[in-house]
Write a protein of this length. Structure first.
Length: 699
């Protein structure tokens, strides 16, 4: 070799024998595979980092990602990952269906990215990352929840591909029996101006003694405000509710008459004419009239007293009376000559006929402040629904409906924002809910991250009275770090099923959800013992810090590689499932720099003696090296400890990998060094041969 150059070859990696299975059972001993390594020569001629094909070491063949493609047809999205060998993967749908994670195991890091961004309104964002240089992770974030049963995965050959099909059609609920006496109905209505508006109603039998209509207050004196979902959650007997009457904005109390449990909480608005009020007598007979408070008594406009009241809540104006459109906006100074609310906007209302009573909201799909209906349109729609009497309660941005603390009254593009309000109209049922309000999840205490270690999981669901949920109730399951069925059906309030730990050590999670409740549990998925060290040499540059670098002489490339027959291992495919993603940030990476070591006389050592020390003793070798410690199931060992030794087995540096098992180093060593030893307790020693050409070899 010349004094001014050091020779480094292009990687030639022979993939011999059958591919090693990524899903070897935990109890099976890993095959004794002979090392695979390659030799080559450098083309670097300056002190600057050089982008070269990396020199990889692995005790068995690894896969490579070659392309990422996608297509969108209506509500269906197809994602395709093309690989050199059959892909081994894990997938999960988490964050209640808002994030899909896809992971390729034993796949070497590359710069492959999707060529274009997704053309789907349902995809919010996506990101391709490499938690370490032997695993690929693809995160796809959605604008709304995806149902677990709407995601399918399968593999194809010639070329090898992983295909992920996603159906983004949302789960629509047209009708749901909330309790034996209360029904929730939901529908989208066509509108010539806004395209669509969202209608929600709570309907119950007026003569059902178990159903109670009541007023919920943000504060006992009606001077406070709170979110609607908080008002519904404050009493465990409350099933659902809508926003109530007018109030002072932005944070004032109620404006209008309030009677609760027979007591007057707030009088009518004094500076305006008395407005329409929804009232229930102590016999639970509803009526709508313009009421005011005189000398501590609730009376009509003409001063006539009313029957003893159990509850009353002021709103306005009236919409229907005795089966006829009867809008009192002008008389109540709620029209153009007063506090005008006659524009098209969202609405909350109460309507009834001789049999049924309804609480309803009309919401804009984007917002309820500027999208909705005018009062005559609303009144005529209620007539078609068979209602005879109705009153508007409030409107605009205050509109909302909540069931079991979940907001259902916002349009699909409006998010979950809730304006604080002073009061709400709420429904109770003494028999409790027909749907689960509490879900309990039980998991095994610990499983091993082998891809095959399994255990029993149990989910139990209960209604608002603590009774087991009805037979046939369906729960959706979302998992992280575990494989499980997408759904289970309850019998006697519970369901048992098998969960399998994925190759994702850490804290696993299982989330069970119904329409208005969810339960979750965590468990430990343990990594295996250290099995091997993987290495990737990405750069090697020789320079002389004293004299300028001369142009390098090229050396012949050696392609002779020691080879032994590999032992085939049966392959076991992994079912689509979920994983624990520990994304790697720049802060996580260990970017370690070693001190320059002055070259000195070299003694006898065990490394290669084939090369004479003819180089300038002052020349240095810069190496960029990534190391990874894995267990027998290709899981990176978090915070693994490494020791780097020189050819005399003197410790150069001790360091740790990141949470995904990887450590990244930039080394400066004498160019006459023949080898380095890389150690991690419990794993075979890895030797990096430097002369006559670069190669890795397991000791």
């Amino acid at each position: 070799m010349t004094k001014s150059s050091f020779f480094y070859s292009t990687l030639i990696l022979g993939l011999l024998g059958a591919a090693h299975s990524l899903f070897t059972p935990a109890e099976a001993a890993p095959p004794d595979l002979s090392p695979l390594y390659a030799q080559a020569a450098t083309i670097s001629e300056s002190n600057q980092p050089t982008s070269l094909n990396p020199l990889d070491y692995s005790p068995y063949p690894t896969n490579h990602l070659t392309a990422i493609n996608h297509s969108v047809t209506g509500n269906r999205i197809r994602l395709v990952l093309t690989t050199e060998q059959k892909p081994f993967f894990q997938s999960c749908l988490q964050n209640k269906g808002r994030c899909l994670q896809i992971e390729l195991i034993n796949t070497r890091q590359s710069n492959i990215q999707p060529k274009t961004t997704p053309k789907s309104k349902d995809i919010k964002s996506w990101q391709c990352t490499w938690p370490n240089f032997n695993r690929f992770l693809w995160n796809i974030n959605f604008n709304s929840s995806i149902q677990p049963q709407n995601v399918s995965t399968f593999t194809l050959e010639n070329p090898n591909r992983l295909v992920i099909d996603i159906d983004t059609t949302s789960q629509q609920i047209d009708s749901l029996q909330l309790t034996p006496g209360i029904t929730w109905r939901r529908r989208f209505l066509s509108d010539p101006t806004f395209g669509q508006v969202l209608w929600n109603e709570l309907l119950f039998d007026r003569n059902d003694p178990n159903v109670i209509l009541d007023v919920a207050l943000a504060g006992g004196d009606a001077k406070s405000t709170a979110r609607l979902s908080r008002l519904v959650e404050q009493d465990p007997q409350i099933i659902a509710g809508i926003n109530g009457g007018f109030f002072q904005m932005p944070n004032g109390g109620a404006l209008g008459l309030i009677v609760k449990d027979g007591s007057i909480i707030a009088p009518h608005v004094g500076r305006r004419p008395a407005r329409s009020v929804l009232a229930l007598t102590k016999n639970n007979e509803p009526f709508i009239d313009r009421l005011k408070v005189i000398n501590g008594q609730v009376v009509r406009l003409n001063g006539q007293t009313v029957p003893p009241l159990r509850m009353a809540l002021g709103g306005g104006p009236a919409l229907l009376k005795n089966g006829q459109v009867y809008i009192t906006a002008d008389a109540e100074q709620l029209g153009p000559k007063g506090n005008d609310i006659t524009r098209a906007c969202g609405r909350s209302l109460v309507a009834y006929n001789k049999d049924k009573l309804m609480l309803a909201t009309l919401s804009g799909c984007r917002d309820s402040h500027s999208q909705g209906w005018k009062l005559p349109t609303l009144a005529n729609y209620l007539l078609k629904q068979g209602m005879t009497d109705a009153v508007n309660m409030d409107g605009g941005g205050s509109v909302g409906m909540s069931i079991n603390g979940e907001i259902v009254g916002n349009g699909p593009q409006a998010g979950t924002y809730e304006r604080p309000i002073a009061d709400a109209l709420v429904l109770k049922d003494t028999r409790g809910t027909s749907f689960p309000t509490f879900i309990k999840v039980e998991l095994p205490q610990r499983l091993t991250a082998s891809g095959q270690d399994s255990g029993k999981a149990v989910v139990s669901a209960f209604n608002s009275k603590g009774n087991p949920a009805a037979n046939g109730t369906v729960l959706n399951l979302y998992s992280r770090g575990l494989s499980c069925p997408p759904q289970v059906q309850l019998q006697n309030g519970k369901a048992e099923f098998t969960v399998t730990a994925l190759r994702s050590p850490g804290m696993a999670n299982l989330l069970a959800t119904s329409v208005f409740a969810q339960g979750t549990a965590n468990m430990i998925v343990a990594e295996g013992s250290k099995y091997h060290i993987l290495a990737r040499l990405t750069n090697a540059v020789v320079f002389n810090p004293v004299s300028p670098v001369k142009k390098a002489d090229r050396a012949p490339i050696s392609t002779e590689t020691e080879q032994e027959e590999l032992i085939p291992v049966p392959q076991t495919p992994l079912d689509p499932n979920s994983l624990d993603s520990n994304g790697e940030s720049d802060d996580d990476k260990e970017n370690l720099y070693l001190q320059q070591i002055d070259a000195g006389p070299q003694g006898e050592e065990e490394c290669s003696q084939d090369s004479e020390q003819t180089q300038d003793e002052t020349s240095k070798l810069n190496l960029s090296l990534s190391l990874l410690v894995e267990d027998e199931w290709n899981n990176g060992i978090a915070q693994a400890k490494f020791i780097l030794e020189d050819e005399d087995h003197q410790v150069i540096r001790e360091f740790s990998g990141n949470n995904n098992g990887q450590a990244d180093l930039r080394l400066t060593i004498p160019s006459t060094s023949r080898c380095l030893f890389i150690k991690s307790e419990g794993a075979p020693v890895l030797r990096l041969n430097l002369q006559p050409s670069f190669s890795f070899q397991e000791e």
